[in-house]
Design a protein around this ligand. Structure first.
Ligand SMILES: *[C@@H]1O[C@H](CO)[C@@H](O)[C@H](O)[C@H]1NC(C)=O
Length: 249
């Protein structure tokens, strides 16, 4: 049985099924050599593809590791995005006053944003957070409208501040119009130096406590002065960050 015979058979459309069946092995033997060469090339191609994929993968994961490592070492997540982390037994905080009457203030404590425009819990006037000075637990948060609100609400709030509690304050728009002597005295007792002069549309950020022995080192104040104001009717916003010692008994 020869190939040409089988080719003839194919041409005569395989008159006999029996003959065709007998020819099949020969036909196969004809295609086997080019086919197995193609198969080998295909296998070689797949082999090269897989090895290069493995190589690229290991190279990428290696280079990813070399990128990730310094990033992981260099940029440690600092609580409240402070410029440097606080030591043990200190609480991290960051207080921003509002920008004019446009952007609300924010108060961050120990890595938690307690009040902010995003949380939608800030308001015109004074924004205040009370924190347990021992545990760091947030006890209360509230905003008091100092332009048209009732200052008695703030008087009540401040008089109810327990001992060993931190008081974090951020102004927004106008903290001064409804400010009265009783309130100035209450804030002075928490360690404020500037509340005495706090007035219409001033910027003020402050952290104090009821049992503070001296004036608080955590306070910033900017007077509303038309000549130097950053915004038309308001001074620049204030940003204060720091580490406040945990009250340890
Ligand atoms: C503050 O936390 C401490 C310790 O957890 C607790 O003993 C104290 O009663 C708390 N004070 C207030 C005012 O919540």
């Amino acid at each position: 049985m020869t190939g040409s015979h089988c080719a003839d058979l194919a041409r005569t459309r395989m008159e006999s099924r029996h003959e065709a069946l007998r020819c099949r092995p020969v036909l196969w033997s004809h295609v086997r050599s080019p086919c197995s060469a193609g198969l080998f090339r295909l296998l070689a191609f797949i082999f090269v593809l897989i090895t290069s994929l493995i190589f690229i993968r290991s190279y990428l994961s290696l280079s990813m590791k070399t990128i990730r490592l310094p990033r992981w070492l260099g940029v440690v997540k600092v609580k409240c995005d402070l410029s440097k982390p606080c030591p043990d037994n200190f609480f991290a905080f960051k207080i921003l006053s509002g920008a004019a009457n446009v952007v609300g203030p924010s108060i961050c404590f120990e890595g938690h944003m307690i009040m902010s425009p995003v949380k939608d819990n800030v308001g015109r006037g004074l924004n205040i957070v009370l924190v347990n000075g021992t545990s760091g637990q947030v006890l209360r948060q509230a905003s008091f409208d100092m332009y048209s609100g009732d200052p008695e609400l703030l008087v009540k709030f401040l008089k109810a501040v327990p001992e060993d509690v931190l008081v974090l304050v951020a102004s927004y728009d106008d903290p001064g119009t409804k400010m009265n002597n009783e309130l100035r005295k209450l804030f002075s007792n928490l360690g404020s130096s500037y509340v005495k002069q706090l007035g219409f549309r001033d910027s003020w950020v402050f952290l104090g406590a009821r049992d503070i022995s001296n004036k608080s080192p955590f306070e910033q104040y900017l007077k509303n002065t038309p000549d130097t104001n950053k915004y038309e009717g308001w001074p620049e916003l204030l940003e204060m960050e720091g580490c406040v010692p945990r009250k340890v008994f």
